[in-house]
Design a binder for this molecule. Structure first.
Ligand code: C5P
Length: 201
């Protein structure tokens, strides 16, 4: 096998990241969390940089550092509505998808816009309450001072912005397999995703 792309989309905190990492490790594929690109641009904008300039100048080094804070997540979803920001990030993502040896990309528009020809497309979702609780526990674990209510409000605000934007809105591709993880533990969710990828090999 030379090129094989797995596209994993879904709303905030649905388990995409964990599932994508596990699928990539299982099959020996490379993994790109495309949310980090938008977070890196959002983080630059919080320091006063113009969003389109930040997106055009983005390098792999910008993806390190702590981008997983609620402030950066909100900034990411605000820059993600801008067509010029999205356009500036397309080539990096497509090049990654077409690398030799297989790739898993997770985000919001991978199956619909970035890799419409991906061999496997998954849409990982869960109820807003379940997603907010998972994200709340994750942030607590990192020592951040947040409340359940704040995290739920953050998740809902981002989902609404991501679903309602004109450019590359969050939605399942017509040929995506939907995995609802609301009542699944992580092992079952990973198992369901691995089984779908296996079918596509
Ligand atoms: O996945 P993550 O929560 O890190 O993404 C942060 C934000 O980046 C999302 O809320 C969304 O607005 C944006 N994003 C996007 N397209 C992607 C990945 C992320 O618009 N492919």
């Amino acid at each position: 096998m030379t090129r094989f792309t797995v596209a994993i989309d879904g709303p905030a905190a649905a388990g995409k990241g964990t599932i994508s990492k596990a699928v990539a490790a299982h099959f020996g594929f490379a993994h790109l969390d495309t949310g980090l690109l938008y977070r890196a641009v959002g983080a630059k904008v919080l320091t006063g940089v113009d969003p389109v300039r930040a997106a055009k100048a983005l390098t792999a080094q910008d993806l390190g550092g702590d981008l997983r804070t609620p402030e950066v997540a909100q900034a990411a979803s605000r820059v993600a509505v801008l067509p010029d920001v999205r356009a500036a990030l397309v080539t990096f993502q497509r090049d990654f998808a077409l690398r030799e040896g297989g790739a898993v990309l997770d985000g919001r528009d991978i199956g619909t816009v970035i890799c419409p020809d991906a061999q496997v497309k998954l849409f990982v979702t869960a109820s807003a309450a379940v997603r907010a609780e998972r994200r709340f526990l994750e942030l607590l674990d990192k020592g951040l001072d947040v409340t359940r209510e704040e995290v739920l409000a953050d998740v809902i605000a981002r989902d609404t912005r991501d679903r309602e934007r004109a450019e590359a809105p969050l939605k399942p591709a017509d040929d995506a397999v939907v995995i609802d993880t609301s009542d699944m533990n992580i092992e079952d969710a990973v198992g369901a995703a691995v089984a779908q990828v296996q079918k596509g090999l």
